[in-house]
Write a protein that binds this ligand. Structure first.
Ligand SMILES: [Zn+2]
Length: 412
């Protein structure tokens, strides 16, 4: 009776329960295949007429029954394969060949690791995080083979780099901006890296591409120009702002250095690293205190005042009604920045002048900066979750799991 109930609860077809040991924290169930369930040889995938050679027991973790961790002792049959005359263990549909967990339990782990760290998942499941890592990686690899091969193409994409480890190692990510999902990634950020994506999806798919948003990197621009010949290249607004903010920050750092040298304590206090957000934040989002802080800073420090004016003025490019007006505004801004005494802004003027067309293309295809921003935030979060980044292949898969096609929440 008890065995029958447990067999129903487990719901594993063609196996009978031959033993149950219910302990305080866990439950062990011994399973044996019914005779009519013929062993499939894992060597060749066939059922051999002469039956099986011997049996062995493997212990695998399954979904918990009630509060108890469940372990299945599965009797596996060994077949002598007529193809290669070697002994092979049988193939079982609900169990991967060498796995220590059932497929359905693997799925459970995979859902958990898509929302939390392996360490926490391990704690929750009562499993070593190294084991969670191995299972997770294994499942991700399998799903990647299923969903990321052949390389998915898209009409509108965004190309974004993310750093991993320290010392500036990068991954290139391709995002489908319509579906807001990462569809491809690879190590490095050279033109050849992105070439691999375009070559992977093929000439036809490249020709169909309508827009490519990118971070202004020359390498990505040149690769895109060569492959996605009909696509509009847009310098992503999010990255334009990032570049602008970095330039403001460069001015702040210069002024901080100078102030330190001159013993100007007030400026040091107002420009130190902790205060940098006052300069980088959107002006309308400053608190009253921050606003006051900014006003004082602008009063006592001319370069920062100038930098802030240039920043505010640049933002007006995007507020223009049409591309012609924006072009005019941008042109004037570049002249001003180039003529300013700020080295960082002079450099930015050259860079933006070079890429003016891509900045202005935003008026033709208004790709939301929220896509890049959202992606960058997710990556930051993923990095904080501190996976084994030494394993870059795993990190690539984790990006797909958290931001792309391998996300379990996408599945119906
Ligand atoms: Zn065989």
């Amino acid at each position: 009776m008890q065995r029958n109930t447990i067999r129903k609860l487990l719901d594993i077809p063609a196996y009978k329960v031959v033993g149950v040991d219910c302990r305080e924290e866990d439950i062990h169930v011994w399973l044996k295949p019914y005779k009519r369930n013929r062993a499939v040889c894992s060597g060749c995938g066939k059922v051999h007429a002469q039956g099986y050679h011997s049996t062995k027991e493997v212990i695998v973790r399954d979904l918990s029954l009630g509060k108890r961790r469940t372990y299945l002792h599965v009797l596996k049959r060994m077949c002598r394969c007529i193809e290669d005359d070697r002994l092979h263990v049988e193939e079982i549909g609900w169990l991967k060949l060498w796995s220590r967990v059932t497929k359905r339990y693997g799925e459970e782990i995979y859902r958990l690791t898509s929302i939390t760290t392996n360490k926490e998942a391990g704690w929750f499941l009562g499993m070593d995080d190294e084991v969670v890592y191995r299972i997770d990686r294994d499942i991700l690899e399998e799903k990647a083979a299923e969903k990321l091969d052949p390389i998915p193409s898209a009409l509108n994409i965004s190309v974004d780099e993310v750093s991993y480890l320290k010392y500036h190692r990068y991954l290139t990510n391709v995002i489908d901006t319509d579906r807001k999902l990462v569809i491809w990634n690879a190590k490095g950020r050279k033109a050849e890296v992105l070439d691999r994506y375009y070559n992977g999806v093929g000439e036809e798919a490249c020709k169909k591409m309508e827009s490519v948003a990118l971070d202004g990197a020359r390498t990505y621009i040149s690769s895109t120009g060569r492959h996605a010949v009909n696509a509009l290249i847009v310098y992503d607004k999010f990255h334009v702002f990032q570049k602008l903010n970095n330039t403001v920050d460069a001015v702040r750092k210069d002024e901080l250095q100078k102030a330190k040298k001159n013993g100007d304590d007030q400026t040091v206090e107002l420009t130190n690293c902790r205060q940098r957000f006052v300069l980088l934040k959107n002006k309308s989002k400053l608190t009253e205190k921050q606003d006051q802080h900014l006003k004082t800073l602008c009063q006592i420090n001319e370069p920062i005042y100038k930098a802030m004016l240039l920043k505010e003025d640049f933002l007006q490019v995007y507020a223009q009604e049409n591309i012609e007006q924006a072009k005019e505004h941008l042109k004037n801004w570049i002249e001003q920045a180039a003529a300013s005494s700020l080295k960082a802004f002079q450099a930015l003027a050259i860079s933006f002048s070079d890429k003016a067309q891509y900045i202005l293309n935003w008026f033709i295809k208004r790709i939301s900066s929220a896509i890049s921003e959202g992606f960058n935030n997710k990556i930051k979060r993923l990095k904080r979750m501190a996976y084994g980044y030494r394993d870059v292949e795993y990190f690539k898969l984790k990006i797909h799991q958290h931001c792309g096609l391998l996300n379990p929440r996408l599945a119906t």
